[in-house]
Design a protein around this ligand. Structure first.
Ligand SMILES: Nc1ncnc2c1ncn2[C@@H]1O[C@H](COP(=O)(O)OP(=O)(O)OP(=O)(O)O)[C@@H](O)[C@H]1O
Ligand SMILES: [Mg+2]
Length: 258
């Protein structure tokens, strides 16, 4: 039985290949996320986290290498992959002129849910992210954090088996951040949903993730439980100290740590 929810094999992404603006965003990136695990992708701006999420959710194609999501090849089985993943993209917006409920319903329709299931899910999810009172208001009247909460709800439509959340707590307050954390944990425990979450919020990562991977220049430079990462690289400090050490580290261009 396949025990990995996500595995990548020398995944490489070069944007604008051959042009002056060429960027190597992922460089022979190898990742293995276990089923049911909550895995945090950490790293500096431009490290390659969003690129990883985009490739694994089939939004963009890798330049070389390959990857599997719950056993499905992301290229040859991309349809199946799309059916089992839920995604909160870093930068994709909501339909501003639609209400919160309409935004959820629209995605539920795309996912092929019947009207009863759609109603059940949208009401459950709206409640989960604490937007019941505003559910019929147009999204353009929402604050940034409220929009983020709605995007979190949207990523969970259709009961995905694996969730990709790209900076889910950007712009949300500590109470909602805590709720999001509890929700992801619940989903992992009760529904065995695997979650891959990219974040710059070290407290969120430390309290939520079973393991974290630190990406630097498109390579995984360290991977372990948050406490083991702190112990190995934190120099007596916390996860932030460890990550600062890891991503600030200057060595050979391969990006490998000794
Ligand atoms: N569409 C694109 N065209 C060209 N370069 C891109 C594109 N998208 C990302 N890049 C580049 O690829 C590299 C990795 O970007 P990516 O968005 O994956 O980083 P990230 O780890 O998500 O960063 P952040 O923490 O800022 O969100 C960066 O150098 C970025 O400028
Ligand atoms: Mg990003």
């Amino acid at each position: 039985m396949e025990s990995l929810a996500v595995s990548t094999n020398n995944l490489t992404k070069i944007y604008n290949q051959g042009k002056a603006s060429e960027v190597v965003a992922l460089n022979n990136f190898n990742l293995g996320v276990k089923k049911g695990e909550i895995y945090g992708l950490l790293g500096g701006n431009g490290a390659g986290k969003t690129t990883t999420v985009r490739i694994l959710t089939t939004m963009i194609r890798a330049t070389s290498g390959n990857a599997k999501v719950l056993g499905y090849d992301i290229i040859t089985n991309s349809r199946e992959v799309r059916q089992i993943v839920g995604c909160l993209p870093q930068d994709a917006g909501l339909y501003e002129e639609f209400s919160a409920i309409e935004n959820l319903d629209f995605i539920a329709q795309l996912r092929g849910l019947d009207s009863e299931k759609r109603k059940e899910q949208r009401e459950e999810l709206i409640q989960l992210v604490g937007l019941e009172k505003r559910k019929n208001d147009r999204v353009e009247t929402f604050s940034g954090g409220m929009k983020r909460r709605l995007m979190i709800a949207r990523s969970m439509i259709g009961n995905p088996e694996i969730l990709f959340l790209d900076e889910p707590t950007a712009g949300i307050d500590v109470l909602v951040s805590r709720k999001v954390r509890e929700l992801i944990k619940q989903l992992a425990i009760n529904k065995k949903i695997t979650t891959i979450v990219s974040t710059h919020d070290m407290i969120f990562a430390e309290r939520l993730c079973d393991r974290v991977g630190i990406i630097r220049k498109g390579k995984l430079v360290a991977e372990d439980t948050p406490s083991a990462i702190v112990e190995k690289y934190g120099d007596g400090g916390d996860l932030e100290d460890a990550v600062v050490h890891l991503i600030g580290w200057v060595g050979d261009e391969e990006g490998e740590l000794a």
